[in-house]
Structures are given as C-alpha cells and as structure tokens.
Design a protein around this ligand. Structure first.
Ligand code: AMP
Length: 287
C-alpha cells in the first residue's frame, strides 16, 4: 500500500477507480494524514449513473477530505462506454466542480483551512471506537532499531515489522526456529494493548508461524505468551514465543519448564549478534 504523498496543494491519498468502493482504503489514507483523495477512473455508463457521485461524496464526507476524480468519458469501442462526469467534491460532501459528458475540464479551489475547520467542528476520527472495531491494515514497515523492554534490538535482528509489531530472532533459542513477536510499544501485559495492537500482533504471529513451519519443514508449533512474572515472564515486554516443533523434541510438554528456565541455564550461551543477524536475514527474505 502506498501512503499519501505531500504535494504543493496538500497531502494526497492515491487511489483509482474501483478503489472508491472500499471505504477502508480511504480511511487508512486519512489516518495517514491525507487531505485530498484522488480517484482517476473509468466507470462504465451503468455503474457511473448508479454509483459514481454517491461513492465519491461518501468517501469525501467520511474522511473529511477533498475528493478529486478525473474520469474517462465517451465510447472506447462499440461495447464499452465510460461515464465521465469528472468531479471535485469538498470535505463537506458538496460537488464543487463537475465536467459534462463531453471532453471537458473543470477547476476547484482546494482550501486546506476548510479541511481543518471541518475536522475541528466534527472530530469523527477521535470519536472512533477502537475498543469496538478496528481497521486492520497489513502494513509492512522499514527496519529500525527497537527496544525489547530495556534491551536494544538492532534492525539486523528484526525480520518483519508492521505499524505496531515486530518479529525478531531469539538470543537463546530453545529449538531451531524459536522467534519472538512483540508490540513496538514497550508494555508488559497483553491486557495493556489496544485492540488495534492486539489484532496486529496476532496477525503477524500467524504469518511468522506459517513462514517458520515452511522454512523448518515442520507441521507443528508452540505459540505461547508468558504474561507476568509468576507465569514465567522474564522480560517485562509482551512477547509471543513461536517455536518450531518436531516429533520427540521434548518429553511430555516439558517445553513449558524449558521456556521458564532456558534464559538462566549457564550452559546455554547467548548467540553472537552476527549469528542472530544471519538467521534474521533468512527469515526476512522469506517474509
Ligand atoms: P520470557 O521468559 O517469556 O520472558 O522470554 C524472554 C525471551 O527473550 C527468552 O526466550 C530470551 O532468550 C529472549 N531474549 C532475552 N533478551 C533478548 C535479546 N536481547 N534479543 C533477543 N531475545 C532475547
């Protein structure tokens, strides 16, 4: 997904045609700071008559953005005719410029102070109930150094990250293929996470599990969270352990004892940073 870009007339969310039917994409652009949404399109005559203006106005109203929609018009061939009616809608939902069905041009003023004042008057984005519903976007982010509680985790040990979550290799893995997934925000308990962070964390965990099982050629994994000191948590920052499992690797679920003690076993030495970076590089490519 391409985030909005800064232009001389404001921050512009980039979408096209059929995208206008998917409110989530426009909401995501707004969350990323868009003030204007563009939808260059070629709607057919039928769908244009029925939906074009309604969809554009809906996206403008719910995102409080200007919507600028260039549109192809006229017959492309005997079977295909485009609706035209290129238009600009203001953030209140008013159509402030519109072309005819002929080849035409129209102009509108983009007033960012109007965008700001409408948003202040109706702060719908601060009224969204993230405790009841969330907008989840599979958004991969660039590598950056992060913190695991107080421990610095270098970007080279991180093999996947999203807006709220990062996945990294373990200092003292219990099995071949034992990684950790954490929220970027340093917080100790799962219950401290917002629903948005929780959704993101577990969606990333599932993706990582799939990758690990394929890479290590295993059919099973242990996925576990030790949430709090008494539950075995030694690093006070939420983390999901994902361990690739193999037949007979641990007796009678002794894995849980192992997880509680592996950090403290003197014979289990921390791996070198280079070793960890090497493993992360393999996973990064696979993700
Ligand atoms: P827990 O006992 O559930 O809190 O798990 C902590 C996990 O973090 C253990 O598996 C450790 O091996 C791992 N760990 C601790 N420090 C680091 C670090 N700097 N980088 C990567 N993994 C770490």
């Amino acid at each position: 997904m391409t985030p909005p870009v800064d232009t001389p007339i404001g921050r512009l969310g980039l979408s096209i045609c059929y995208d206008v039917r998917f409110a989530e994409l426009s909401l995501w652009n707004r969350k990323k700071g868009a003030q204007i949404l563009s939808f260059p399109s070629a709607f057919t005559l039928n769908t244009g008559l029925a939906h074009w203006e309604t969809l554009l106005r809906a996206r403008a109203i719910e995102t409080q953005c200007y919507v600028v929609a260039a549109a192809q018009t006229g017959a492309h061939n005997p079977k295909r005719q485009s609706y035209g009616h290129a238009m600009v809608v203001d953030p209140w939902g008013a159509v402030v410029a519109q072309c005819s069905e002929r080849v035409d041009m129209c102009f509108a003023e983009i007033d960012l102070s109007y965008v700001a004042s409408l948003r202040e008057m109706q702060p719908v984005f601060t009224h969204r109930r993230a405790d009841l519903y969330t907008l989840h976007v599979n958004e991969k982010t660039d590598s950056e150094d992060l913190k695991f509680a107080t421990f610095p985790i270098p970007a080279a040990h991180i093999f996947y990250s999203t807006t709220h979550t990062f996945a990294f290799v373990n200092l003292k893995p219990v099995t071949d293929g034992h990684v950790l997934i954490s929220p970027k925000r340093v917080t100790q308990h799962l219950t401290d996470l917002s629903d948005e962070e929780t959704a993101d964390l577990f969606i990333v965990a599932k993706k990582v599990q799939k990758m690990l099982e394929t890479h290590h050629n295993v059919q099973a994994s242990t996925i576990c969270v030790q949430d709090g000191k008494e539950a075995g948590q030694t690093v006070p920052h939420v983390h999901i352990h994902i361990l690739a499992r193999r037949t007979g690797d641990f007796g009678d679920n002794e894995i849980y004892q192992k997880l509680a003690s592996h950090d403290k076993e003197p014979e289990r030495k921390p791996r070198s940073s280079e070793q960890m970076a090497e493993e992360a590089e393999i996973y990064r490519k696979l993700m």
